[in-house]
Design a protein around this ligand. Structure first.
Ligand code: GLY
Ligand code: MN
Length: 492
């Protein structure tokens, strides 16, 4: 305790105890870096703490092989790829950092501000990873830098630990900053934009395109990471379905379920791979309903689009649509059945040698025919399907599948001829996700269909023999979905 209570009269005339002012009140608090005694004192007396970079098993070897592929594609060119930095949220607070996927792919490293340079040399490249070292006892940053000071963020791996874990040459970031003139003519990825600006170099769309192209076919290690992400996601669906009665009963709603999945994802992996979508009733047809501020209604559909991002940063992306109360109405079931039929038509096209986009056309044909049979299309099926029609897309305006990997919409910078315009090959991982989105205010629809939204999304690996639905543990058909819900909720 400091100070002795005295009594003073307050504005309304009552007496109130007050304190004498504490020592040095009225002066400015000193900046600790300006206090030599403090700096000397805080620098000493710390036991060394081991700091493991925490790299997933196999990540270093996978990254080395990715680097070799990138190197082979760019002989004689020095390449610069960066992890990036978290954007400012406000003042000195930043959003959570998540390393650039291309950088992770070539390094296995997720450390903010890091940069890899593949220095061109005759016959190949020399890879050097440049990292901002953590501030440890003896550095002022140890106590004064909230981003890299170990007193703030805990023990952090240094250059030696990174070099050991990744089996790569590691140097301090300052060493690269001193070599900027040597980067004249180098190709900078978009993630290295800041450094490119400092070096007065344009970023290279070609480098990002190369990395994107090379990432389309996953190797065994990547497939294993995706498998783990998908399996963890299936477990997350079970956790969310277990909470549905509570969400309905207590009016906690969509956000409770979103939070349930996000906690699961953050516990099992790095977190959700994209903003978790939970749409009940009229929100189900809203394709990216991430606001999630509505109730969960027992007689309505509940659309869940969720993916765990593994610690390696590979993500799943899975959607199922549930009757929140456990049983589909006849109309809900019919819409679900049509989407299921379109989905199965799409899945049937996922195999080696088939054009990537065929799944899209196969699923769309089923959707257009179904809508026509229900009397919803104002034109013939042929006219709707033609490139100059597309009337059915009013009820399905989004893409119905994409490559999947480190990014939920993976490899989007690839050359068309290599990604969307190419035949499938073993090692491609993609989603198939047709849906029907009947908005509550869509006056072209019969009233009973308004406010129904269904999407079914699976993560699919192209194999030598055909394909494997990685998310196949979740049922696709309406009866299977009802049964699965019952079995999950019994155990909660
Ligand atoms: N699951 C989100 C999306 O594919 O857009
Ligand atoms: Mn998707």
């Amino acid at each position: 305790m400091t100070g002795t209570p005295t009594t003073e009269v307050t504005l309304n005339g009552a007496s109130a105890p007050s304190m004498v002012r504490p020592p040095y009140a009225g002066t400015r608090t000193p900046r600790l870096v300006d206090v030599p005694t403090f700096r000397d004192f805080v620098a000493l007396g710390w036991d060394a703490v081991p700091a493991d970079p925490g790299i997933p098993d196999g990540a270093a070897a996978a990254a080395a092989s990715h680097r070799a592929r990138l190197s082979a594609r760019h002989p004689g060119e020095t390449l610069v790829v960066a992890a990036g930095q978290a954007p400012v949220r406000n003042n000195d607070c930043r959003y959570a950092f998540r390393a650039d996927s291309g950088f992770v792919w070539v390094t296995g490293c997720q450390a903010e501000h890091s940069v890899i340079v593949l220095w061109a040399r005759p016959g190949g490249h020399d890879a050097v990873l440049y990292l901002p070292p953590p501030f440890r006892p003896g550095d002022d940053g140890f106590f004064s830098n909230a981003a890299r000071g170990e007193l703030w963020v805990g023990p952090a791996a240094g250059l030696e630990e990174w070099a050991e874990a990744l089996q790569i040459t590691v140097e301090p970031l300052a060493a690269l900053e001193a070599r900027l003139p040597d980067l004249d003519g180098a190709l900078f990825s978009a993630s290295a934009g800041r450094l490119a600006e400092t070096a007065h170099v344009e970023i290279s769309a070609e480098l990002d395109r190369s990395i994107s192209d090379l990432r389309i076919v996953k190797d065994e290690w990547e497939i294993d990471q995706l498998r783990q992400a998908v399996y963890a996601t299936v477990d997350g669906f079970a956790a969310v379905i277990g909470e549905v009665p509570r969400a309905i009963g207590t009016g906690l709603g969509e956000r409770w379920l979103q939070g349930t999945f996000d906690r699961h994802a953050r516990t099992i992996g790095n977190g959700p791979g994209y903003a978790t979508i939970v749409g009940s009733g009229a929100h189900a047809p809203i394709m990216h309903w991430v606001r999630c501020d509505g109730p969960v209604l027992p007689d309505e559909l509940l659309l869940l689009d969720m993916g765990v991002e593994a610690r390696s940063l590979y993500t799943a992306d899975v959607t199922r649509t549930f009757p929140a109360g456990g049983t589909f109405t006849q109309t809900q079931r019919e819409v679900h059945d049509l989407v299921e039929k379109a989905h199965r038509a799409g899945l049937a096209c996922v195999r080696p040698g088939v054009e990537y986009q065929d799944f899209h056309f196969a699923a769309m044909e089923v959707i257009a025919r179904g809508l026509h049979d229900w009397g919803i299309l104002p034109v013939s099926v042929d006219e709707a399907l033609s490139p100059t029609g597309q009337h059915h897309r009013r009820y399905l305006a989004c893409g119905i599948g994409h490559h999947l990997g480190l990014d939920v919409h993976d490899c989007t910078k690839s050359h068309y001829e290599i990604a969307k315009g190419a035949p499938l090959v073993p090692g491609v991982v993609m989603t198939v996700e047709p849906g029907l989105y009947f908005h509550a205010n869509d006056l072209t629809l019969p009233p009973e269909l308004r406010g129904i939204g269904v999407r079914l999304e699976d993560d699919v690996l192209v194999t030598a023999a055909g394909s494997e639905v990685l998310s196949g543990a979740l049922p696709l058909d309406a009866a299977g979905v009802e049964g699965w819900m019952r079995s999950i909720q019994k155990t909660f």
